[in-house]
Write a protein that binds this ligand. Structure first.
Ligand SMILES: [Zn+2]
Length: 253
């Protein structure tokens, strides 16, 4: 008998397929990232409605069709549409950066319910007054950790000092911080001043829902963004398209 799967997930992206259909990529709790063929999704009265829009958290019912080597979607219902994120252009860009990062850093059919929950938490936080830059930084940090690229933030790679005082340098090649005294013995890295470093430690320890009261200096935010991009680039060799369009927004969040 064919397996019918019912699970919640977040729509990461979609593309047109054939004359009237779409393939949607959904990050689901039960199956991880899956590609779902949504037949007739581009028809005006499609039964799937808005449930296939990127950023949507929905409940999806699908089954595998060997002939097509694809999962076929049979039902889709919106659980959360994140309307407040969609209606605010900068927040939408940050939301799209989150789903793009999730798409690029995860493999298909590799279930990781915690990572889906973390993505939902980021989208929830983007719909509140929380600084979107902070939400994205928090999300990328936890996503990187969830897929096996957890940066060592506590202990200096050179001398073993725990939570070193003063500025630290993050070495992408070592995936770890080094203290001020050891920095010259390591190659190029991203300097994190004490404010940015302490904020990063805080981000690594709390869920996204706790970010709403955090005040963030723009310098600290920029250092954290540089650190995360350098870290992701080194380990995954990817560029995030949505993040490039954030250049114009830095300073506004
Ligand atoms: Zn050191």
């Amino acid at each position: 008998m064919r397996e019918i799967i019912r699970t919640e997930g977040v729509v990461l992206k979609r593309r047109d397929f054939g004359e009237t259909s779409r393939v949607v990529v959904v990050y689901t709790y039960r199956k991880g990232k899956v590609q779902l063929l949504a037949k007739g999704a581009r028809r005006p009265k499609s039964k799937f409605g808005a449930a296939l829009e990127p950023l949507t958290l929905g409940e999806y019912v699908f089954y595998y069709r060997e002939a097509k080597d694809l999962y076929t979607l049979s039902e889709a219902d919106i659980v959360r549409s994140y309307q407040r994120v969609r209606e605010d252009a900068p927040r939408l860009v940050y939301g799209l950066a989150c789903v793009e990062a999730a798409d690029k850093l995860t493999r298909e059919l590799d279930p990781d319910p915690r990572s889906v929950r973390v993505l939902g938490g980021a989208l929830d936080a983007l719909g509140t007054g929380t600084s979107p830059r902070l939400v994205l930084g928090h999300y990328l940090l936890h996503l990187a950790s969830g897929v096996g690229f957890r940066p060592e933030l506590i202990t200096c790679k050179g001398c073993g000092t725990v939570r070193p005082a003063g500025a630290v340098t993050f070495s992408p090649a070592d995936g770890a911080i080094v203290c001020d005294k050891c920095a010259s013995g390591f190659g190029d890295g991203v300097v994190l001043k004490p404010g940015a470093y302490n904020l990063l430690l805080f981000l690594s320890e709390v869920p996204a829902a706790k970010l709403s009261r955090v005040k963030i200096a723009s310098g600290a935010a920029a250092q954290i963004t540089s650190f995360l991009l350098a870290h992701l680039r080194y380990h995954t060799d990817i560029e995030l398209r949505a993040l490039k369009s954030l250049g114009a927004l830095v300073g506004s969040g």
